[in-house]
Design a protein around this ligand. Structure first.
Ligand code: AMP
Ligand code: MG
Length: 494
């Protein structure tokens, strides 16, 4: 099969046909000598793509943006956004292109998008490029999130371009081929609303409903129903982040999807020691996007989403602006209750609890906040405690009496459920991972990759693909950084 027959060429242009006004047709910058660094064979298969064809020079050229698949209309998407609370009316894809949509093996529509493919009309002062390390980071963290069951965009491939990119260091330039259920963001709606073109906002809303929240199509108040659907998927998403200890790091409204997928892995990281105030990002001086702030920030972003829909919500109820604001505000306010429901349900499953035990869960959270055990290891060790050996849990805390007291209550609650302990412990092991992308391991893999050795990167990706299955010989992947990671800092990677 040649790449001309391969599926990347069978791209749809639904976004382009539907949403004139929200993009600029654009071409990628030429890549002098594109080279495939990583190809996600599992994802390629799920997309019905021929991995062998993607590895040919023609396939690599498509993944680098150097060749446009026949019939495709690459575009830079327009969006606005609140960055760290400040509104920018015109962000958009400064260094990225949407190539088009393709159907995956299950019949779902997926965006194929390139990041690092050169300057676009939205580039402002940026060079349009992406260094290799952050693109590899996006690949590895996205795959880890996917394997952990967290909705996410995913990397199909990373290609080096043959150019150098200058940041703090000089790195190989790279293009990430990214797959997402769409790239519609809260910021896309903010942009559309700011144009004051009611037809554009209506088309965008209809497109988003058809694509992501089709049940809202039958609602009497469609824009309000879309708002509610997005509030719900985001409440669920953020709860998933919190249960795995994921810190996004740059939850600007342009980095929040309408689909409910995690997007834009910049200065993100997994928390080691449990601490609500954990921040890794070098640019997050005010700790706005700290681990424990994420639910609050999501609600704030959703309020911005609601504002962008207000005119439509108003027109759906006969033009009563005040009532529209009330209705929208009610829906946004429901985030707290929805989030708490998802978060609590997630914690109960992690703890093997069938029935609601709010006090037990609350007391555990207080214990974690006071004792700062390694988040991932603590939850994983609980299944061993359920099986009768509390030592691995006790080893992670300073105040062992406090943890013993909690463990006694917890085991009593498990006993009262009447399910065999082994069954409960096995179920816990299916939701509490052994392996998460530990910051020091990610850094090591990226540094080696930039120096030309991709082996540690591929090995890490392999380990993280099966996070719940403890395997001998992989102990170092389950351990925190040798000297602790208190001083760990992530950079935005632009
Ligand atoms: P991000 O922080 O990656 O979500 O990006 C925020 C905005 O900055 C988006 O509009 C990006 O397209 C733009 N941007 C980031 N890096 C670059 C770059 N190197 N060149 C041009 N635009 C960029
Ligand atoms: Mg972004």
């Amino acid at each position: 099969m040649t790449v001309a027959d391969a599926r990347p060429l069978a791209l749809d242009d639904w976004f382009v046909r539907d949403l004139g006004g929200l993009y600029r047709p654009w071409q990628a910058a030429p890549a002098p000598s594109p080279e495939l660094v990583a190809l996600n064979e599992g994802l390629a298969a799920a997309l019905g793509l021929d991995a062998a064809a993607l590895r040919t020079p023609e396939g690599v050229a498509v993944l680098a943006g150097a060749a446009v698949p026949a019939g495709a209309t690459p575009v830079a998407q327009a969006y606005a956004g609140h960055q760290f609370g400040n509104y920018s009316p015109r962000l958009g894809d400064g260094r990225a292109l949407l190539l088009g949509e393709l159907l995956d093996a299950d019949g779902g529509l997926r965006d194929l998008h390139l990041k690092g493919s050169g300057r676009t009309p939205f580039a402002r002062g940026g060079d349009g490029k992406a260094p290799l390390a952050p693109m590899l980071r996006e690949y590895v963290i996205g795959e880890a999130m996917h394997a952990l069951g967290v909705p996410t965009t995913r990397a199909l491939a990373v290609v080096t371009t043959g150019e150098e990119v200058v940041r703090e260091t000089v790195q190989p330039g790279a293009v990430l081929a990214r797959v997402a259920s769409s790239h519609l963001r809260v910021g896309t709606f903010q942009y559309a609303a700011a144009t004051q073109d009611a037809d554009l906002l209506r088309r965008l809303t209809d497109h988003a409903i058809t694509r992501h929240h089709p049940h809202a199509a039958d609602a009497e108040r469609r824009a309000l129903a879309l708002l509610e659907a997005v509030v719900e998927v985001q409440a669920s998403l953020i709860a998933r982040w919190m249960t795995v200890g994921f810190i996004h790091g740059v939850m600007n409204t342009d980095n929040m999807t309408i689909s409910g997928e995690t997007i834009d892995y910049g200065p993100c990281a997994f928390m080691d020691a449990f601490d609500l105030s954990t921040v890794f990002s070098s640019i997050d001086h005010g700790a706005r996007y700290a681990y424990g702030n994420q639910p609050r920030v999501a609600a704030w972003n959703l309020a911005r989403f609601a504002e962008s829909l207000l005119s439509l919500i108003g027109s759906e109820i006969g033009g009563d602006a005040e009532r529209a604001a009330e209705l929208a505000s009610e829906v946004v306010s429901s985030f707290g209750e929805r989030y708490t429901r998802h978060w609590s349900a997630g914690l109960h499953v992690k703890l093997g609890l069938d029935d609601e035990q709010p006090e037990l869960v609350q007391d555990l959270l207080e214990l974690l906040a006071a004792q700062h055990p390694d988040h991932t290891r603590f939850f994983r060790a609980l299944s061993t405690a359920a099986r009768g050996d509390a030592a691995p849990v006790r080893d992670l805390v300073i105040d062992r009496e406090a943890v013993d007291a909690w463990l006694d209550r917890w085991r009593a609650a498990l006993d009262a459920q009447g399910r065999p302990v082994e069954e409960v412990a096995d179920a816990m092991d299916r939701v509490n991972p052994v392996y998460v992308p530990r910051n020091h391991l990610v850094e090591e893999a990226l540094a080696a990759g930039v120096a030309g050795d991709l082996e540690p990167f591929h090995r890490l990706v392999d380990v993280l693909a099966r996070p719940f299955e403890e395997r001998p010989g992989l102990e170092e992947y389950a351990a925190p950084a040798p000297g602790g990671s208190a001083a760990y800092v992530t950079y935005c990677g632009t």
